[in-house]
Design a protein around this ligand. Structure first.
Ligand SMILES: [Zn+2]
Ligand SMILES: [Zn+2]
Length: 69
């Protein structure tokens, strides 16, 4: 039985590869390019003053002004 994922883009981590938005940045299927992580556009949308949820054990430096793309 295949494990169902709520979000196949980020593998439910809430983060995708910055270079490849269709691949998760963390987890077992993390993108192999080792690019920077970016909040998943499908399930981890953030507002101007919000902080995106983070994967376990991951503490990036977050600019108070928000994320740059
Ligand atoms: Zn990538
Ligand atoms: Zn997602």
């Amino acid at each position: 039985m295949t494990k169902a994922l709520a979000c196949p883009a980020c593998d439910d981590t809430g983060w995708v590869c910055e270079n490849h938005p269709g691949r998760p940045a963390f987890g077992d299927r993390a993108c192999e390019c080792r690019g920077a992580g970016a909040p998943c556009p499908k399930c981890n949308q953030i507002g101007e003053r919000e902080t995106p949820r983070l994967p376990k054990g991951f503490k990036p430096v977050i600019d108070k002004k928000g994320w740059r793309h």
